[in-house]
Design a protein around this ligand. Structure first.
Ligand code: GLU
Length: 485
């Protein structure tokens, strides 16, 4: 059997957005699942869209996401060059374009802008599509040669007959048949001598022995034209897998323009690369058992591309946050501490037991960026509302809380040992003496020392962190608030 070869073929036009990341990941998984190889090809033939530094972002993202490529501009596998502008210099695209001209499958076009603008236009999906009228197909060989000799600017167009149909097969969408009359004689070589993406992707996928092409379904409608090129050359068509659309929560197409996240933005928002990769894998694919948490290795094992869905996938940040939280919970405590430390130091400058605090927040945050809001109250008691003292289940309210705080204040003033255990033992005695429920006593204390509804630890843990002086000050503030109410 032929070895599976896939490629991720980004155009270096900016950051790697979720959709790009998914294409890369699926290409990677299709290859790895089958023991094949995964190649990186840089498609930089559109010089106008080229963005400085974008290629570096691609390398960095693939590396951080753990998608190591077997071949690419930095790793020769015998199919180079792996950058289209460099491939162009070898003359490969022109050579194949001329071969098509010989076969009558392509032709020189010398039409200028003005003429093209007068051609009839069609509006499809809000975009204006000009179907070229084959004017230059009618030029005689002599006319073409004279134009070329005179240095007249030209493009090379694909020659698609006006009659008949073209059928191509997508693994997910099945057979798709289009009328040839709907297909434009697309440009293969531009007037600057560069190939278009439309031409280069076919030449490259074939000459680089690519077996499976995985890409966004925005390419679905152009694929019949690519298939015609394969047929014209007599080449085998690769397996096509066009991926479903990714939408936002409002079912609108995710786009770079709508400010949707790139891999790097998500890292900045405190997400772990592993969690992002795991989440993105599920944007259009699901395993048989609907399991959700997968390491990259587990994805490689489970990834069967036949299970990719055709229905749009919704990018749901809430779900991603949940997943990231699961990864944080499962993280080795030392590794979590190390990553959390700079954030904790910034949120809580001073002399704090950071290791302890990291352990307390590890199970409570969904991203690293949630850490500051979890611990802010330690730095400064927030100005809270006394309604917080009321808790139905604990049977507490402002009056019971005032009574409890007033009663425990002298006990806590006398207490020397401000360790969690020491404090807990002391308060437990008060609880026993009063014959009340734990919460009846602990809820108001925790509220007073934190000023918050939810905290990363219980009353005595927080008091240990705050120390005696600050704990007592906060309890006195609480008593005062309740008295003045
Ligand atoms: N250069 C194209 C892009 O970035 C690649 C599409 C494909 O995978 O064929 O969208």
């Amino acid at each position: 059997m032929q070895k599976i070869r896939t490629r991720y073929a980004p155009s270096p036009t900016g950051k790697m957005h979720v959709g790009n990341l998914r294409s890369a990941l699926y290409e990677f998984l299709v290859a790895r699942h089958a023991g094949g190889s995964f190649m990186l090809r840089i498609e930089d033939t559109d010089q106008e869209r080229f963005v400085e530094g974008a290629t570096e972002i691609i390398y960095r993202t693939l590396e951080q996401a753990g998608m190591d490529h077997d071949e690419g501009p930095d790793k020769d596998g015998g199919y180079g060059p792996y950058v289209q502008s460099e491939r162009m210099k070898t003359g490969i695209y022109m050579k194949y374009a001329k071969e098509l001209i010989e076969k009558g499958e392509a032709y020189y076009c010398f039409c200028d802008k003005e003429r093209l603008e007068t051609l009839k236009t069609e509006v499809v999906d809000g975009k204006t599509i000009t179907i070229y009228d084959k004017h230059c197909l009618g030029l005689s060989k002599e006319e073409v040669e004279a134009n070329l000799a005179a240095g007249k600017p030209f493009v090379i167009r694909q020659n698609i007959p006006n009659e008949g149909t073209t059928t191509f097969t997508d693994e997910l969408y099945g057979d798709i048949t289009v009328d040839n009359s709907e297909l434009d004689d697309m440009i293969l070589i531009k007037s600057d001598g560069y190939p278009t993406y439309n031409f280069a992707n076919v030449v490259d996928d074939h000459t680089m022995n690519i077996t499976h092409v995985v890409r966004g379904n925005e390419y679905l409608s152009s694929s019949p034209k690519y298939v015609r090129l394969y047929q014209a050359f007599g080449w085998e068509v690769p397996v096509y897998i066009h991926l479903p659309l990714i939408t936002d929560e409002n079912h609108k197409k995710l786009s770079k323009r709508s400010g949707h996240s790139s891999f790097e933005d998500l890292l900045e928002q405190g997400f772990l690369p592993e969690a992002i990769v795991n989440y993105v894998a599920l944007l259009g694919w699901s395993p048989e058992d609907n399991r959700e948490i997968f390491s990259l290795q587990e994805l490689i094992e489970a990834f069967d591309y036949h299970r990719i869905s055709k229905s749009p996938a919704v990018f749901d940040i809430v779900k991603l946050r949940w997943m990231n939280g699961e990864y944080l919970k499962a993280m080795d405590p030392d590794a979590f501490y190390e990553k959390a430390l700079p954030i904790l130091k910034e949120a809580l400058p001073g002399d704090w037991d950071y290791r302890r605090i990291a352990a307390m927040v590890q199970t409570r945050v969904e991203t690293f960026c949630d850490i500051p809001e979890q611990v802010d109250f330690l730095k400064e008691l927030p100005d809270y509302d006394i309604a917080m003292y009321t808790h139905k289940k604990m049977k507490t309210d402002a009056a019971t809380s005032l009574e409890v705080l007033t009663q425990v204040l002298p006990v806590l003033e006398a207490q020397e040992d401000y360790s969690n255990d020491g404090l807990y033992a002391t308060l437990l005695k008060v609880i026993e003496e009063k014959g009340c429920k734990n919460g009846y006593l602990m809820w108001p204390i925790r509220t007073a020392v934190s000023g918050k509804q939810t905290t990363p630890g219980g009353a005595t843990e927080l008091m240990e962190l705050l120390g005696k002086e600050e704990s007592l000050r906060r309890i006195r503030v609480g008593i005062e608030k309740l008295q003045n109410a």
